[in-house]
Ligand binder design. Structure first.
Ligand code: GLP
Length: 279
């Protein structure tokens, strides 16, 4: 990828962590470890991440992009829409034509008509602003009659597309990735599962502030599909996530902290603001 779409003059401070010793994933070579990029402000994080997503879509259109939802990603999609609107018209048209992405997860029982669904979130934040079609932005079908079968179908759809090129990831307060709740092995495949109470509390704001109004179950891509992506891009902002991010970066990978498995992946970027990554 030769072009850079960075819109901020802010340069991140970065460092590379070596992969942890004594752990390895079958078939995953340890090459470069993990690159940490730290910006002063969440707005700079969003601009930087949006530029990386755009580079992936234009530079590697044959590889599907893996997307995430959540509050961390709201400014990322805003920044992405701004960048796309600044593209020359031919390039913007090529981007629209070639867009292909798979989201990580969806609540069981919710569909695009419900504003709290991730499908609705993607329609509002990505499909409409970029002028895409829903078929280009795939998510698990939260309203499928058999969620477990739907999870399998979705995992197979990702595999049939050749897997994920760049996988965007947010971080749950309990260390989940997608909805891979702890404990979770690195081999866990796409599935329907029960959400932890910590997660329902974390996501309650979208449901009138009531954790009990958050669906009890969700469909998620597994750590297996996530770790099979060519490259991982974990985005973390805000002081509330500083402690869980510290554990992800420094504790030995374990099922108790699903996000810690990213340290076994050969190409990982962690982009954080100063509040999430102090010091
Ligand atoms: C949610 C989603 C994840 C998201 C993460 C962080 O529960 N399932 O895909 O990335 O948790 O969410 P937020 O950015 O709102 O803190």
């Amino acid at each position: 990828m030769s072009r850079s779409f960075a819109t901020t003059t802010a340069e991140p401070s970065w460092s590379a962590l070596p992969p942890p010793e004594g752990n390895s994933l079958d078939g995953v070579a340890q090459e470069t470890g993990l690159r940490l990029e730290r910006f002063a402000h969440p707005r700079q994080v969003a601009d930087h991440v949006a530029a990386l997503l755009l580079e992936q879509r234009l530079g590697q259109p044959q590889r599907a992009l893996g997307l995430a939802t959540g509050r961390t990603m709201e400014p990322v999609y805003q920044a992405l829409a701004r960048l796309v609107h600044q593209l020359p018209s031919g390039e913007a048209a090529r981007l629209r034509q070639q867009w292909r992405s798979f989201n990580l997860d969806e609540y069981v029982g919710l569909g695009p008509e419900q504003p709290q669904s991730f499908a609705a979130e993607m329609a509002t934040r990505l499909i409409h602003p970029l002028g895409l079609t829903p078929a280009q932005v795939q998510l698990p079908d939260g309203q499928a009659p058999d969620p477990q079968a739907e999870a399998r179908r979705y995992g197979e759809a990702v595999a049939a597309a050749g897997g994920i090129g760049l996988q965007l990831l947010g971080l749950g307060m309990n260390g989940h990735l997608g909805f891979n709740e702890p404990p979770c092995s690195a081999e866990a495949a796409s599935r329907a599962l029960e959400l932890r109470s910590a997660t329902r509390e974390q996501n309650a704001a979208a449901f009138g502030g009531k954790p009990t109004a958050v669906p009890e179950r969700a469909i998620t891509l597994g750590l297996r599909e996530i770790l099979a992506a060519d490259q991982l891009l974990l985005v973390v902002t805000g002081a509330a996530k500083a402690e869980v991010l510290r554990r992800v970066l420094h504790e030995p990978p374990s099922a108790e902290l699903p996000a810690s498995w990213i340290r076994l992946h050969p190409r990982v970027r962690v982009v954080a603001d100063a509040a999430a990554l102090p010091g």
